[in-house]
Design a protein around this ligand. Structure first.
Ligand code: NAI
Ligand code: MG
Length: 335
């Protein structure tokens, strides 16, 4: 079966890491058809729009999209963030972040983690509804039953699919009684449906969760939570296994699936050829799983584990290799 993949390179190191990933994909002997579309600041400077309609349409059409990173200039009024726009337009409600130990060495890195953070990606405190009333600024924290239900269901289905036995629902319902009250009630309702599958539900308040991620992160399998909490907890969690250079993510939803490394466009190292491509390669593993090429996903994951073990790494991870050297070594190790 041909898989139609969309490539959005973006700005800064985006083109460097995504081009490397494309070459890796081309070496997996799959039936892939690639299209490319533009987004980001360079695109804005060229055509006056950081996320043209043609790009949104292409992402909707594709079986999956690989997105690099974009520069978001802070000072242009009404500038639309390309990633946020895509998430909204395609209703990509599930933000998925695997947290898996890769054998990296670092003072606070853990070597026995394998869990997921599932973050609601479309509502919550990031609903985009803010207003100012004199000296008071207000952001609306929108929680809906529908939004809560589908993200929690996504988390349980993920647990089922990946053989996980526990889903931890994270909220602050003791204080946010109405919004997180609704999220919590809805989550526990969905959880009840999965009892027969033997998947346990646990609930934790978000502050306790932040502590437990440091104290005993090996006790988690799937964590599901609302938008802002998930944003913060997923960054915290990714730091336990190596941080930005290896943090992968997927935005999955009704009308598409967009996979992106967590890092940004890294203007400080752009063009130097030393960007770490591993976050994008791990993102590519997620993309391959999504298009149900699980054997290829496993080959790539294993090759990544091996380059890390042998130390073929970019400077950000203490190595002396460049982007292309890491890419080519991963390709050799695909077997
Ligand atoms: P950043 O993630 O681009 O960079 C933070 C630091 O990590 C920098 O020192 C950078 O050199 C390093 N770094 C990041 N990725 C790396 C990689 N693959 N290999 C080696 N080193 C890496 O975050 P920053 O500097 O806060 O933002 C830069 C731009 O990126 C901004 O315009 C921001 O808006 C945008 N951004 C875009 C995101 C996206 O496209 N999803 C996410 C985060 C930021
Ligand atoms: Mg974040």
């Amino acid at each position: 079966m041909t898989h139609n993949l969309l490539i959005i390179k973006g700005d800064g190191i985006g083109p460097e890491v995504v081009s490397a990933a494309r070459v890796v994909l081309e070496n997996l002997n799959l039936d892939l058809h690639f299209e490319e579309a533009k987004a980001g600041y360079a695109c804005y400077q060229e055509v006056g729009d950081p996320i043209p309609q043609a790009t949104i349409d292409a992402a909707r059409q594709a079986d999956a999209t690989l997105f690099g990173a974009v520069t978001t200039p802070p000072d242009i009024p009404k500038y639309r963030s390309a990633v946020v726009t895509l998430r909204k337009e395609l209703d990509l409600y599930a933000n998925l972040r695997p947290v898996r130990s890769l054998g990296l060495k670092g003072a606070h890195y853990r070597d026995n983690l394998d869990f997921y953070v599932v973050r609601e990606n479309t509502e919550g405190l990031y609903s985009g509804q803010e207003e100012v009333d004199g000296d008071t600024a207000i952001a609306k924290r929108i929680i809906t039953k529908k939004g809560s239900e589908r993200i929690v269901r996504y988390a349980f289905e993920l647990a089922k699919r990946t053989g996980k036995r526990k889903v931890t629902v994270v909220h602050k319902a003791n204080v946010l009684r109405l919004t997180d009250g609704l999220f919590r009630r809805t989550a526990l309702g969905v959880a009840a449906e999965y009892q027969a599958d033997g998947i346990e539900v646990q609930e934790l308040l978000v502050d306790t969760m932040a502590m437990r991620l440091i104290k005993d992160p090996e006790n988690f399998e799937v964590i599901v939570t609302t938008n802002l909490f998930g944003d913060i907890l997923s960054d915290e969690a990714s730091e336990l296994v190596g941080g930005l250079g290896v943090a992968a993510s997927g935005n999955i939803g009704v009308s598409g699936a967009i996979f992106e490394p967590v890092h940004g466009s890294a203007p400080d190292i752009a063009g130097k050829g030393i960007a770490n491509p591993l976050a994008t390669f791990l993102t590519t593993v997620m993309l391959l799983q999504h298009i149900q090429e699980s054997a290829a996903a496993e080959r790539l994951q294993n090759a990544i584990t091996k380059v890390i073990a042998e130390g073929t790494l970019t400077p950000d991870l203490g190595g002396s290799s460049n982007t292309i050297q890491v890419r080519d070594r991963v390709i050799e190790l695909l077997g």
